[in-house]
Design a protein around this ligand. Structure first.
Ligand code: VJV
Ligand code: CA
Ligand code: ZN
Length: 380
């Protein structure tokens, strides 16, 4: 481990319950909670456990889930199981959007309460001024709506954590670098000027969830407090980092958030099973490092990511970044599950060049200008 010479030494907390990696969406389902077990092994094998505050997280309570979700939906989640779903009233499947993306699996309610509890714990550490940065890699389930699941997400831990932060923080910035549009979070805060939401994602009008064009900017009090950065396939490290920095810097200096939540979905990496971008681990991490450099209290959550070995590499690397530590590329010799990381056994395998970059220089420059014009409204 090498420290990368800076005077900012934030107090970092890591919120994780090993139980969360034992739930199964289904054998062929792309969402694999065991990626958190791999992540945790990497994080501890690199010695990062010794320099953070570690918390084994609790389950969120029903009352906490009800801060955003509807009574009938939470009631449904608490009762449903693979054994009784077929005996529920006709229409239940459709009403709650149950299907291949969001199946009912064993102990689903416990899973929801665990990942939401971890994000709530993380937000509480910021509120109590006990952490400057609080990490929950098992959170980031940004598609969940008030009364239904969507896109592998059942309860929206980000909305819950943000609502908690808003009890003490006047302005919260939400940043979403998952491949998909952060629609559930955007929708929840679409009419308020106390939360600025920004999502970078693939957009063509069809790609899931179908929303997130640049003309979605918020409404009523919230007008100009939502931003969308729609991208095409194959975006590479330099284009993404340049765009990200040139958009995020003026947002932070004009909106002046008192707390930030960053969603770090790993499906924006190259070679992701559901992905179509060309980002390498260090480029994704550069976005996290850049946001950290503003020194504003931060909750950091995970999200998508469907090639488990790369998800865990990314989250170990970003845990290092958040602790001001650069991890050596050679994976620790004695770590469990090291065989998952062959043949290179490196933290930074080459993940680029799979897709042609369909974002022309002109497309990216026009997009950047459009975003900067949007931000001018914040400056009044
Ligand atoms: O594109 C969709 C919706 C369909 C209907 C359902 N079929 C299965 C797929 C097409 C239109 N859904 C997306 C949802 C992506 C969710 C991303 C979540 C996050 O990363 O943003 C945050 C955690 C989608 N893309 C790929 C799949 N679903 C998919 C689902 C499966 C599958 C293969 C692909 C579900 C089960 C199985 N295979 C066995
Ligand atoms: Ca996104
Ligand atoms: Zn995603």
């Amino acid at each position: 481990m090498f420290e990368f010479g800076s005077t900012y030494s934030p107090r970092v907390s890591y919120h994780y319950n090993p139980k969360v990696s034992n739930y199964h969406y289904g054998v062929k389902h792309p969402m694999k909670p065991f990626r958190f077990m791999l992540t945790d092994h990497l994080v501890s094998s690199y010695g990062l456990h010794n320099i953070m505050d570690l918390y084994e997280t609790r389950e969120a309570t029903k009352e906490e889930l009800l801060q955003f979700h509807s009574e009938d939906y939470v009631e449904f989640l608490s009762k449903v199981s693979p054994d009784n779903i077929s005996k529920m009233p006709r229409g239940t499947f459709d009403k709650y959007n149950i299907g291949d993306d969001c199946p009912i699996f064993q102990n689903i309610y416990e899973y929801c309460k665990l990942y939401a509890g971890a994000s709530l714990d993380a937000s509480r550490k910021l509120i109590n001024d006990q952490s400057d940065i609080a990490i929950n890699w098992s959170g980031g389930l940004h598609h969940a709506k008030k009364s239904n699941p969507s896109g592998f997400c059942y309860v929206n831990d980000i909305v819950l954590a943000t609502l908690n932060l808003l009890r003490y923080h006047p302005r919260v910035l939400y940043i979403d670098i998952d491949l998909h549009h952060g629609d559930g979070v955007q929708e929840a805060f679409y009419t308020t000027d106390r939360v600025f939401t920004v999502s970078f994602h693939k957009y063509n009008g069809e790609f899931f969830p179908g929303t997130g064009n640049y003309d979605e900017i918020g409404c009523a009090e919230g007008k100009h407090f939502a931003m969308n950065v729609p991208l095409n396939d194959g975006i590479d490290d330099d284009s993404y980092i340049n765009l990200f920095k040139s958009v995020m810097e003026p947002i932070i200096t004009s909106f002046k958030p008192t707390a930030i939540i960053q969603q770090c979905g790993a499906d924006s990496l190259g070679h992701d099973r559901l992905g179509c971008f060309n980002l390498n681990i260090k480029a994704h991490g550069e976005c996290v490092k850049f946001i950290r450099s503003f020194g504003i209290p931060m909750v950091v959550v995970g999200g998508g990511g469907y090639t488990p070995r790369n998800v865990s590499r990314l989250y170990a690397y970003e845990t290092g970044i958040l602790n001001n530590v650069l991890l050596q590329s050679e994976l620790p010799e004695d770590m469990p599950f090291r065989n998952q990381f062959g043949p290179d056994y490196s933290l930074y395998p080459v993940l680029d060049d799979l897709y042609e970059n369909m974002n022309s220089k002109k497309y990216l420059e026009d997009l950047r200008i459009r975003c900067l014009e949007h931000i001018r409204y914040l400056q009044g």
